[in-house]
Design a protein around this ligand. Structure first.
Ligand SMILES: C[C@@]1(CC(=O)O)C2=NC(=C\c3[nH]c(c(CCC(=O)O)c3CC(=O)O)Cc3[nH]c(c(CC(=O)O)c3CCC(=O)O)/C=C3\N/C(=C\2)[C@@H](CCC(=O)O)[C@]3(C)CC(=O)O)/[C@H]1CCC(=O)O
Ligand SMILES: NC(=O)c1ccc[n+]([C@@H]2O[C@H](COP(=O)([O-])OP(=O)(O)OC[C@H]3O[C@@H](n4cnc5c(N)ncnc54)[C@H](O)[C@@H]3O)[C@@H](O)[C@H]2O)c1
Length: 198
């Protein structure tokens, strides 16, 4: 049973702290920026991988601090991703973040994470996030590849057409919902192609 509640964050409106500039720090900052290129990110770490230095040199919204974490780094942060190679320090940082009500991800200890990153399938405006409840990130990565291949590339056209209909529909909310449901009912018919349907 997966009890995680999925949400899609506007990271450009939030300030994210990443602690640790090694391989995992790089993986996480890459995931953040691939999805949210305007995200505001501070990364603190005594050693920072060259790839992260390169990212920061091209993006003024990334702030790098080359030293060990200290508690003040949590000031004015909304999210924290903790990814040092010191498990005890990771736990300590997560505990402080919790007292300050900052949502925290601890890369090496799922049990104390408030949220997990997901595998992401992207097709234009469509984004599908996959979670295996922490069971197998590799499975999530493979399923992303399968779904990416299976979904047609021109879904944006269908979504644009539906948005146009949505913007055009007059009447109360219930009427709009009924109309949109009627127009798209055909999509749930077995094996119907989305663009063929619209
Ligand atoms: C989805 C993705 C998003 C991202 O990171 O952007 C992600 N991990 C990815 C890849 C990946 N991570 C790992 C491998 C090696 C093979 C393997 O272990 O399978 C691979 C595969 C690879 O790199 O090929 C190792 C690993 N991961 C975690 C631990 C700790 C532990 O489990 O104890 C360890 C062991 C470390 C060790 O052994 O030392 C923990 C987490 N990793 C999560 C997310 C969260 C659960 C997501 C879910 O519910 O599925 C969670 C719980 C917390 C979090 O990190 O948020 C990204 C897919 C990228 C893509 O889509 O291409
Ligand atoms: N969640 C995941 O997807 C995932 C995947 C692989 C590994 N892991 C785990 O994540 C952890 C980190 O792995 P890595 O490969 O990035 O290690 P790494 O050695 O490449 O990097 C660790 C980084 O943390 C920094 N650091 C150490 N102490 C610090 C402190 N007090 N404050 C700030 N920065 C500090 C180091 O300078 C270094 O840059 C490991 O415990 C590993 O098991 C998680």
């Amino acid at each position: 049973m997966n009890n995680l509640f999925p949400i899609f964050l506007k990271l450009e409106n939030l300030h994210t702290l990443i602690v640790g500039g090694g391989y995992v720090g790089l993986e996480k900052i890459t995931a953040v920026l691939d999805n949210s290129p305007e995200a505001r990110v501070t990364l603190v770490s005594p050693e920072i991988r060259q790839e992260i230095l390169d990212l920061a040199s091209q993006n003024s919204r990334i702030n790098l601090i080359e030293r060990k974490f200290n508690d003040d780094d949590l000031d004015e942060k909304d999210l924290v991703i903790v990814a040092t190679n010191d498990k005890e320090e990771n736990k300590r940082i997560a505990a402080i973040a919790r007292t300050r009500h900052i949502l925290t991800n601890v890369a090496d200890t799922p049990a104390i994470c408030d949220f997990y990153l997901s595998s992401v399938v992207r097709k234009g405006n469509l984004k599908v996030a996959i979670s295996t409840n922490g069971m197998s990130p590799t499975f999530a990565k493979r399923l992303k590849e399968v779904l990416g291949d299976a979904l047609p590339d021109n879904l944006d056209t269908a979504m644009e057409q539906l948005k146009a209909v949505r913007d055009m529909l007059k009447g109360d909310f219930a009427h709009k919902v009924d109309e949109l449901n009627r127009i798209t009912a055909v999509l749930t018919e077995k094996k119907k192609d989305i663009n063929e349907a619209l």
